[in-house]
Design a protein around this ligand. Structure first.
Ligand code: G16
Length: 551
């Protein structure tokens, strides 16, 4: 029981704009640092949770940790005090405040916690003038579903008080069990549960033989949360030489870089992989460890191909999937490569809106084993988040099993299934109102698009993607505009739900070829890219011709 003398019920007023986006609440760090901002959001989560008559905080545990970015520790201290003041029985706080998103999911599931707060703005840069974020994960270990985040948002708009404690900061750097007023606070080892789970899924003995037998890999932790995990797994347990993990110490500003594992931001890793005598395999993860980048020698594996290839090989190459796969799932803008593997395996492939939260129900219902997104996310039902290091271990297992280089594995896949030429073009920092207007206009034109030309093809169908969850029947509409062409190409447009400044337009381009003779992706996709730019009047509206980031 908490002591009424130390609990403080503080009057507050709502902050505008505390609606969680694709993945939690993301804003500029200074916004989160405004007095009461974190408190209002966290109390709103507690208030939304308390609406469930089955939930009794006095019997529940709450997990808290983050990706180590600036303001991580302060936010953790605030949440620990508030959880105690709101009557939680136990709080599990990650040592050093470091807990990757997939590790959070594993800890919630394995410890039977009610849920947890991940403090992260994912791949967005960190620092006082950069980005911060809070996301809440539910009992299944996955991101809060849209219905729950809407309830949180409703509370943020009417909040009048939050509960906290007059209590000093806890020592986050030493594993210990502490009493914070009436609440048991355990500072725990953030690596233990996650590493144990990886050892259950993958054959560490075989992988150790592989990595000590001449196969050379390099992993870039991008100064972010996966550094300690990757060192433990690749260097300590699998025997890769010291130095295999680059940028292994989590820094509050990620070394001033974007911890975003793609060809633009992981430039140092890409350069190493292009060097003559470079390593056989390269990989990277993002700020909070849920995204992954997979590279071979001078060879990039698109996230869509990565999902399809892991699905193709999982049963043979990874012990955790020997029993076979129940189904696959991918977000709508992700390439259709996984669909073809699912068909060959005789299993379903679900198409969901962008956002990992949509996979949770499918997995809980046993409908899907592997899933992935074009935004460098791949994962399985071992947890309810995408999992960067899991994807790296999956690829290592495939390379060990096939004894092929990365490019060989991918080209064999294309020979068997054909190839989805695929790119995403991002236009960042656009004026938000103009962007919304542009999308509304395109939406209105949808019925008139069939028959018109776009790039080298003719439009045969155009719609705004809507998804009805097969498990709970909930519908999410306006999830992205899809334009299908008669030459087998597809163009998708949507506005990002994770940015913190203005709007980001994402254009996803895909063209499928059964006999992929062409090597130049740009050449295949350029006509559709030009066509959609012209259709959206990008140059006239924003004075932009080329995208800021191409992935
Ligand atoms: C988040 C979500 C992903 C989503 C991605 C991009 O990733 O978890 O499911 O695909 O954002 O979303 P958007 O296109 O709306 O910006 P992360 O790694 O940022 O948490």
């Amino acid at each position: 029981m908490t002591n009424p003398m130390t609990v403080r019920s503080t009057a507050t007023t709502p902050f505008p704009g505390q609606r969680p986006g694709t993945s939690g609440l993301r804003k500029k760090t200074r916004v989160f640092m405004e007095p009461g901002y974190v408190e209002n959001f966290v109390q709103s989560v507690f208030n939304a949770l308390a609406e469930d008559p089955e939930v009794d905080f006095g019997k529940e545990a709450l997990v808290v940790g983050g990706d180590g970015r600036y303001f991580n520790r302060q936010a953790i201290q605030t949440i620990v005090r508030m959880a105690a003041a709101n009557g939680f029985r136990r709080v599990l706080a990650a040592r050093g405040g470091i807990l990757s998103t997939p590790a959070m999911s594993a800890v919630i599931r394995r410890k039977g916690a009610l849920g947890g707060f991940v403090l992260s703005a994912s791949h967005n840069p960190g620092g006082i003038d950069a980005d911060f974020g809070i996301k809440y994960n539910i009992r299944n270990g996955g991101p809060a579903p849209a219905a729950f985040t809407e309830r949180i948002y409703a509370h943020t708009r009417s909040i009048s008080r939050y509960r906290t404690l007059d209590w000093p900061d806890i020592d986050l750097d030493r594993e210990a069990t502490l009493a914070v007023d009436g609440c048991e606070v355990r500072v725990f080892d953030p690596l233990e549960e996650y590493v144990a789970l990886m050892q259950e899924l993958f054959d560490f003995d075989r992988l150790r033989g592989f990595l000590t037998g001449g196969f050379r890999m390099v992993f870039d932790a991008m100064h972010a949360v996966t550094g300690p995990y990757a060192r433990r797994i690749f260097e300590d347990l699998l025997g890769a030489p010291a130095g295999t993990v680059l940028h292994a110490t989590p820094l509050e500003d990620f070394g001033g870089e974007h911890p975003d594992p793609n060809l633009t931001h992981a430039a140092e890793l890409v350069a190493r992989m292009e060097a003559p005598e470079g390593p056989d395999f390269g990989a990277a993860c993002d700020g909070d460890g849920d995204r992954n980048l997979i590279l071979g020698r001078d060879f990039f594996v698109t996230p869509g191909d990565s999902l399809a290839i892991i699905a193709e090989h999982a049963q043979r190459a990874i012990p955790g999937y020997r029993g076979g796969l129940a189904g696959l799932a991918r977000s709508m803008p992700t390439s259709t490569a996984a669909d073809r593997v699912a068909e060959a395996l005789g299993i379903p492939c679900y198409e969901t809106p962008t956002g990992w939260k949509f996979f949770g129900n499918l997995m809980d219902a046993g409908l899907c084993t592997l899933c992935g997104e074009e935004s460098f996310g791949t994962g399985s039902n071992h947890i309810r988040e995408k999992d960067g290091l899991w994807a790296v271990l999956a690829w290592l297992s495939i390379l060990e099993e096939t004894r092929q280089p990365v490019s060989g594995v991918v080209k064999a896949h294309w020979r068997r299934f054909g190839r989805s030429y695929y790119q995403r073009h991002d236009y960042e920092g656009l004026d938000a109102a103009t962007s919304t207007e542009m999308m509304d206009e395109l939406r209105e034109r949808l019925p008139h698009l069939p028959g018109q030309r776009l790039g080298a093809g003719e439009i045969i169908r155009a719609d705004d993607f809507s998804y009805t969850d097969p498990v709970d029947g909930s519908t999410s509409s306006a999830q992205g505009i899809r334009i299908f062409l008669d030459d087998g190409s597809r163009v998708v447009c949507r506005l990002s739900g994770t940015g913190t400044e203005g709007a980001t337009l994402r254009i996803y381009l895909e063209s499928y070829r059964r006999d992929p003779v062409e090597d130049d992706i740009q050449a295949v996709l350029a006509p559709a890219a030009h066509g959609i730019r012209a259709m959206l009047h990008l140059e006239q509206r924003f004075d932009r011709e080329e995208p800021d980031v191409v992935t």
